[in-house]
Design a protein around this ligand. Sequence first.
Ligand code: HEC
Length: 459
Amino acid sequence: MSTRTPTAVRSRASLVLDWLLATAYLAHSWVTIVKARTDRALPLRDELRGWHFLVGAVLFALAAWRLWCWWREERGLRPGTGVPPGFWLWGRTVALGILLILVSAPVLGLGWGWGEGMRLHLGPIPLPPLVGESRGLWQFSGYFHSSAGFMITLLALGALLVAGWGKLVHGHGLFVLLPPGLAAFVLVAVGATVYALATFGGPEPGLPALGLFGGLIGVVWLAGALLHRGRRAPDIAAQLPRRGGPSDFPDRLVPPALEQRETGAPGPGAVARVLAPVAAVALITLGALGPYQQFRVTPWPRGEVVQVEDDRVWHAEVQMRVQVMPESAFERQVRDELYKWCTFCHTVSAGDRRFKVGPNLHAIFGQQAGTVPGFHYSAALARAGREGLVWTDETLAAYIADPQRFVPGTSMIVSSGPIPDPAVQAAILNILKRDTMPPEAIERVRQAPDAAEDQSSAD
Ligand code: HEC
């Protein structure tokens, strides 16, 4: 069978691998999104982490195998007749970029988990630790593991935009720009990001956002199809295998030959050859800045450290007593929606050595800012502490209201956004007291202290 069908230039293995990659990436995105939203205290979280690693390992194997096929098959490929060469080259560059990221991200993920001293497992199968606990390894691999998600999304978005333009201008869309399985991969990658962003604060409005995304794709596709109605037929006719006898397929059902081995067709010009890799590297670099943008983390620890004799990483001395109010329904809501972001970056109890982006907050009330042993503080916060900044209700409220405004140059960012509302601030501080102060430093009150004060001044 030597008929040059549109797909004959790639092996069946490549085509199947591409579709498997799209499917595995969908599974991986789903597990990852659910895991991130599952309470840390639940055993389900650990179970989901195991599945996250297992599907990650599958992605690694598929992508490595696909790269091997790429190495053997893609040399000497040319865009098919009627496919703009620059457009085609951009698709190939994006595809290669995505595959390379897909093989590196799982390796970084392992480094992240092992660096943290976590017991990893692939689904139910335990993984022996190959490297010991290390803050440097944790931070470096954690940084680039999470930036891999940003990189893939940006590359996929770049592919999608060019495909939309191609559909409208040339009548060729995503499934011509990229091999079909990888085109599906791009839709999955961008769709998963849309869903994740739409459900950042809660379960809504994930599905409507996905529907909007699908609708937009449909509109562009339809517009392109209408604009180029009738244009495809001659294109296709020119490319159908001419082996005598009528083709088995009506012309319009056969997609154009996207790629060919012959050298007759014009290849991409010099400009496209430079532009495609430069644009891909630019998107990847932008993706690499993602974790810094979103969480102000850096790939390695920077800044000022307070050293102590032992290797303690929390405040040993309690500096003040605090008043804690009973938990209200509003406070529970704040805990679920906002406070969880504080504990995303901070451990709160004494003795908790887990690495986090921010310092341990045990007994934080009454402490001089920037003095948790072993943590790398920004020069700005360390200086503010030396100049007398002490954490009280007022200073903490001002800090979470807008960290950059209160301590310009601090490396803290509140992922859910600044918290200017005094009622929300009060709820967060109340939770923080309950979670970070030892019981002997807590005085439980029945009423809000302001209400009590109002009463006493009225007396
Ligand atoms: C994206 C990560 C992140 C989030 C989310 C976050 N923090 Fe921080 N936090 C940090 C970092 C990093 C620092 C150190 C800042 C510096 O060195 O300038 C810090 C510092 C602090 C400090 C000062 C600690 C000290 O030792 O002086 C307090 C208090 C604090 N955060 C409370 C909170 C609260 C409350 C929340 C939730 C509203 C929160 N943080 C959310 C990363 C985060």
